[in-house]
Write a protein that binds this ligand. Structure first.
Ligand SMILES: *Cc1c(COP(=O)(O)O)cnc(C)c1O
Length: 364
């Protein structure tokens, strides 16, 4: 039985990485590649490393384990603030984690001391996106307390914008981050290696030249994987947007009405979908659905096709205006948003096929 599959073009990922790393270097920013969107896929991490990232970051310990099991020895940064219950594992698996709770830092410090290690931490500040991090006025006293904990070293401060509330990075909030770093350094006599201000939402600001000079680190996932910044989802110049493509097979092709006749209730997901009445149309059923992908995040590569909706195992597509005659058994390809990529990489039903001209030459 064949199922849907996603192709992963490693050369495109490497190219995107190199393009973005060079842009960031011109503005004094070093890049860590984020693999959480691909569940810590080791070959994607290797493509990012070939493209010039200084390290890899992921939000899940399982993904970090996957990377190290595959022999990737680069330092890995844990992006999601660690659970208090997982301090032991975190200290053993990663060199650096993002943090915002004193009790967790204490647990990390104890675990690190037990293993004769020093665990590096980046303190997260919430500059208004309202997800993780200390509120700015809490930072200074927090650092004072954190400095009394053995086994941890504060290597920098960071912030994460756009992911939760869509708050955009700006010259203002980045200057606020820099001011906080300077304040921490002068009060406690520290020297912070990282002011980690950016994720993929910050590349426009960086390219505009308005990023304060002291911001020197970016944690980039979507920009590398899908070639877009994430405020307006604008394609980044010189980058590929189709390193990942989802492929599915046509199971049924029928001429049927475009709208429903009769009394209607909710669909399988509790929604009441609305359909436009356009008479009889040609409808294709594909072998991909909500168990595999975020249906709303798919764009057919063939122009003229329209996605009408999806259930757990089917995607329904209007193929009336397909430029060529489709047949049962044909394969259709789709570009993915970040949400669709995430779902696809997470689904056990979607096979992952890596492509690489370089690897092919070496008989891989
Ligand atoms: C996911 C995540 C990133 C990467 O975000 P992109 O928009 O994919 O670049 C960076 N930092 C943190 C803390 C994250 O959780």
């Amino acid at each position: 039985m064949s199922g849907p599959y996603v192709t992963i073009d490693l050369d495109k990922i490497e190219h995107n990485t190199r393009t973005i790393v060079e842009l960031c270097e011109r503005h004094g920013v070093e890049v860590t590649g984020v693999t959480k969107g691909v569940c810590g896929h080791p070959e994607v991490a290797r493509a990012m490393l070939r493209g010039g990232v200084i390290s890899i970051a992921d939000s899940r310990i399982e993904n970090v384990e996957r990377l190290s099991a595959a022999g990737i020895e680069t330092p890995v940064m844990l992006l999601r603030v660690p659970p208090l219950s997982g301090a032991e594992q975190v200290v053993q698996q990663v060199e650096l984690s993002l943090n915002s709770e004193l009790s967790v830092l204490e647990a990390l410090g104890e675990a690190a001391a037990r293993h004769g290690k020093e665990h590096e931490v980046l303190l997260m500040v919430d500059l208004g996106d309202l997800r993780e991090g200390l509120w700015p006025d809490e930072l200074i006293p927090f650092v004072g307390d954190a400095l009394t904990i053995d086994g941890i070293t504060i290597v920098g401060i960071g912030t994460n914008l756009a992911c939760f509330s869509g708050l955009a990075p700006s010259e203002d909030n980045m200057s606020q981050l820099v001011a906080l770093a300077v304040d921490v350094e002068s009060r406690y006599g520290l020297s912070l290696r990282w002011v980690s201000g950016l994720n993929s939402s910050g590349l426009d600001l960086l390219a505009s030249g308005r990023l304060p000079a002291r911001v020197n680190h970016a944690r980039l996932g979507e920009a590398i994987l899908l070639g877009r910044e994430t405020i307006k989802r604008k394609p980044l110049s010189g980058c590929f947007q189709d390193a990942f493509v989802l492929h599915a097979e046509v199971l049924e092709l029928k001429q049927k009405p475009s709208d429903v006749q009769g009394e209607r209730g909710e669909d399988a997901f509790g929604e009441r979908p609305a359909f436009e009445d356009r008479g009889r149309i040609r409808r294709a059923l594909l072998n991909v659905g909500r168990e595999d992908v975020l249906v709303e995040g798919l764009t057919p590569q063939i122009p003229g096709l329209r996605i009408l909706g999806g259930s757990s195992g089917y995607l329904v597509v209007d193929v009336t205006d397909a430029p060529e005659e489709l047949i049962v058994g044909a394969e259709l390809s789709f570009d993915l948003t970040y949400g669709a990529l995430l779902a696809t990489m997470t689904s056990q039903y979607v096979k992952k096929r890596t492509l690489s001209a370089g690897a092919a030459r070496q008989g891989g």
